[in-house]
Design a protein around this ligand. Structure first.
Ligand code: UTP
Length: 290
């Protein structure tokens, strides 16, 4: 029987240079969209897709993420004493009881491929998902759930992809892929951050992956690539030589929250839909542009 995807890897050890100084003392994945940090949206997406073991690859400024998912006795006691039951429930329910967290330290930011390789000893021989929390995806059915369902049918590694403007290819891993059924493509090539005139398409890999465990052996043999980093893209290119890999054009709207503009757009749109402030904020925007 096909193995279930129960392990999710969250690489959160990047330097976040595009977001300095906000990311000087705190990882960018702790930046909030309205009232929840990016990493919590990512974790909720993984849990909705069936993950029960969450593996965080953490870097410098390492404390805030474990602290966020840990129990906070002092805060809970204070909220309890102040009868602030609604917020108390919110912070107690950040993670369901059947979900456990593992933290692995990436001592140096040697690249996304290196970060994923660090999960090898915990992931072992199982297929697993990777979520980059700075790619926030708003979707009716969470993007990773869509991909896990496809994995259930196909049993192959899957890359979440999206059409980008042809002028933007140098910011992404770009795939050369052939559509085999609606929104499902078979991968024939992948290039990290090509200039538009060298890009095989305008289909970009965004921060959602399902990978088979054979990726680890491929990553072990990857030499530093673009920017001197161990690139996940190079590991995937090597895996493609051994196994069929799919690209999946997921259904949903992605916000590049690793960039200032994408982050602000996400905050505006999530604020407009927010239970507590949505109506008032939308009215505020209407008045502002009058
Ligand atoms: P990015 O390419 O966005 O790099 O990483 P970055 O360092 O976080 O941000 P900038 O470009 O300097 O502004 C993509 C993802 O891979 C993780 C990041 O945390 C992010 O989720 N990553 C990257 C690591 O965990 N380790 C690394 O060595 C590199």
């Amino acid at each position: 029987m096909r193995k279930k995807i129960t392990k999710a890897v969250f690489p959160v050890a990047g330097l976040g240079t595009r977001f300095l100084p906000a990311t000087k003392a705190s990882p960018k994945e702790m930046l909030p969209i309205v009232d929840k940090p990016l990493i919590q949206y990512a974790v909720e997406e993984a849990v909705a897709a069936g993950a029960t073991e969450l593996i965080f690859i953490i870097g410098r400024n390492k404390r805030s993420i474990p602290d966020h998912f840990d129990m906070s006795f002092e805060l809970e006691a204070t909220l309890q004493a102040g009868k602030k039951f609604e917020v108390l429930k919110q912070i107690q329910n950040i993670l369901p009881k059947n979900v456990s967290c593992i933290y692995i330290r990436q001592a140096e930011a040697l690249g996304l491929g290196h970060a994923v390789l660090l999960a090898k000893s915990v992931v072992g021989d199982d297929p697993f998902s990777v979520i980059l929390a700075d790619d926030l995806i708003d979707a009716e059915k969470p993007a990773m759930q869509q991909m896990v369902e496809l994995f259930g049918l196909q049993g192959a590694s899957i890359l979440g992809v999206e059409d980008v403007d042809p002028s933007e290819t140098a910011s992404y891993g770009i795939v050369d892929a052939k559509e085999v059924s609606p929104n499902v493509l078979e991968l024939h090539g992948i290039v990290e951050k090509p200039q538009p005139d060298e890009a095989p398409s305008n289909l970009a890999v965004v921060g959602r992956y399902i990978l088979t465990p054979e990726i680890f052996e491929c990553l072990e043999n990857v030499k530093p690539g673009k920017g001197g980093e161990i690139q996940l893209t190079d590991g995937i290119a090597a895996l493609m030589e051994k196994q069929r890999i799919l690209a999946y054009r997921f259904d949903g709207k992605r916000y590049d929250c690793g960039s200032k503009l994408g982050y602000v757009k996400a905050n505006v749109e999530f604020s407009m839909k927010h239970d507590e402030i949505g109506e008032e904020f939308s009215q505020y925007l209407r008045d502002l542009i009058k």
